[in-house]
Write a protein that binds this ligand. Structure first.
Ligand code: ATP
Ligand code: MG
Length: 467
């Protein structure tokens, strides 16, 4: 056997905490951040490059699991209350789906998509977003024949080849809500917004700001686009904006470059160009929000980076921050863009990584979050060890989490492990107890020990938890 020689200390990525002004703390990997894209080759000892994840991607470690679980559970509870059903689409889809659905000229598809060719010659993409796949599944499975609208939720990884930075990853996790089919009814837009808003409230991510806009429809948007192009013509905009002016003028309003901000500020507002039905739709969405007591800002430059949206678009930010936690809107044309019948729809997605970072920043104690009470089984001697697996099975059947070290350690070492595991109770099974068919229950907080019949131990533990 060869010796494994790994020099870790000097070459493992330094993890640095970044605190945005008045904002959340994001953990970023500075060695990854420091280097521009290097064709996935990274700094440090080349022998151990493979020990680092691909640039911009990160491990979700067990320490973060309780916080992520909280996010997922809160979302799942909300989704199920409002009768949304879970949907899981493949991580890989045909490239064409996103080209047609999200738009070939969008940043997400044109610049950020990971694509590959399979051995069979298919061109596939690691999904950059979840809405187009959900609508693809809706169409493929003929879900228009089911009661409308259909409501879906999902949780999974998405991939975008973006410049890695705090809160911006190349593998990101999203939770999405989509309402597909039925009428283009403003109540659905409002329902999606309030659901995400309440999830974030429950997760205590801090004060929120909801940005609202309408980007019109097939009737009124072309007129606005013409006005926008006329306004921008001859202006000294950045290179990206020059392309946008040709390919996707609405996205001019999305430019983040400092030099383009003054042009944006004076640009004609889309709100002045909405047709009467889009104006009425927007008014009704806002009335629902008011009825719900949900504060919002109108932001006429909010356009979103995906082609499928019409009418309502929205983003929810931590107050005073510029990285959105949730983004979405109405997409009445997407099904048609994918070759289906007209199918009104609305939805949004929430960035789980950003929420987890925020929750940890707001409340570091969350990392020690205890989800369930725990029991630790301490066994001394071979005879007791033999009994330990069947006993754990009894606890599993009763849905009571139980741990053990299965070791040959001394009583005190095992009790220390129980303490480290932050168990509420330890069950101590020694040779004497095995012969007498008993077991000791130790309250880990008070140290009080009681001997109970072995056959009754599950009930005895339950009894103590209730009291
Ligand atoms: P942004 O403006 O931040 O680039 P986006 O408009 O590209 O976001 P969407 O496609 O609408 O974002 O995704 C919904 C949510 O997913 C975002 O509001 C954000 O919380 C999260 N998200 C998007 N891109 C990333 C990323 N690269 N890393 C982490 N989270 C992300
Ligand atoms: Mg983006």
């Amino acid at each position: 056997m060869g010796r494994l020689r790994i020099k870790l200390a000097s070459s493992m990525p330094a993890v640095k905490k970044l605190r945005a002004k008045n904002g959340p703390t994001y953990k970023v990997n500075t060695s990854v951040k420091a280097k521009p894209d290097s064709g996935e080759k990274q700094r440090g000892n080349r022998d151990i490059d493979f020990l680092m994840p691909p640039r911009g991607m990160h491990d979700v470690l067990p320490a973060d699991a309780p916080v992520r679980d909280k996010v997922v559970e809160a979302s799942r509870r909300m989704a199920e209350f409002y009768d949304f059903a879970e949907i899981n689409t493949p991580v890989l889809e045909k490239v064409e789906l996103f080209k047609r659905g999200v738009g070939e000229k969008t940043d997400i598809v044109g610049k950020e998509m990971y694509t590959l060719r399979t051995k069979g010659g298919d061109k596939l993409a690691l999904r950059p977003e979840g809405t187009a796949p959900v609508v693809r599944a809706y169409l493929q499975h003929g879900m228009h024949k089911l009661p409308q609208p259909q409501r879906f939720y999902y949780f999974g990884p998405f991939f975008r080849h973006e410049r890695p930075q705090a809160g911006r990853y190349r593998q990101l996790w999203q939770i999405g809500l989509e309402i597909v089919g039925g009428e283009s009814d403003p109540v659905y837009d409002a329902q999606i917004i309030v659901m995400f808003y309440r999830i974030l409230e429950e997760l205590k991510t801090g004060p929120l700001s909801v940005n609202m806009n309408s980007i019109g429809c097939r009737v009124c948007r072309p007129g606005y686009r013409t006005k926008l192009v006329a306004y921008y013509k001859g202006k000294d905009v950045c290179k990206d904006c020059k392309d946008r002016l040709k390919d996707n003028p609405m996205r001019l309003l999305d430019c983040k470059k400092e030099s383009c901000q003054p042009f944006k500020a004076d640009a004609p507002s889309i709100l002045d160009s909405l047709c009467s039905s889009c104006r009425s739709h927007l008014k009704q969405v806002l009335e629902y929000l008011e009825e719900l007591g949900l504060p919002y800002f109108m932001n006429p430059t909010l356009v979103r980076g995906l082609d499928y949206y019409n009418r309502t678009v929205f983003e929810i930010f931590p107050d005073g921050e510029d990285l959105a936690l949730v983004a979405g809107g109405r997409y009445d044309y997407l099904a048609e863009m994918l070759g289906g019948r007209p199918t009104p729809a609305a939805g949004a997605a929430m960035g789980v990584d950003r929420i987890v970072d925020l929750m940890k920043g707001e409340n570091p104690k969350l990392l020690q979050l205890r989800i369930k009470k725990k029991v630790f089984l301490v066994h001394i001697g071979d005879l007791a060890k033999k009994k330990s697996l069947p006993l754990m099975e009894e606890f599993r059947k009763a849905s009571i989490p139980i741990r053990t070290s299965f070791g040959k350690d001394s009583l005190s070492t095992q009790l220390e492990a129980a303490n480290k595991n932050r168990s509420d109770m330890a069950l101590i099974l020694g040779q004497k107890e095995v012969y007498e068919e008993t077991i000791i229950i130790r309250n880990m907080e008070t140290g009080v020990q009681e001997t109970v019949p072995f056959s009754k131990v599950v009930d005895e533990v339950k009894k103590r938890w209730r009291s």
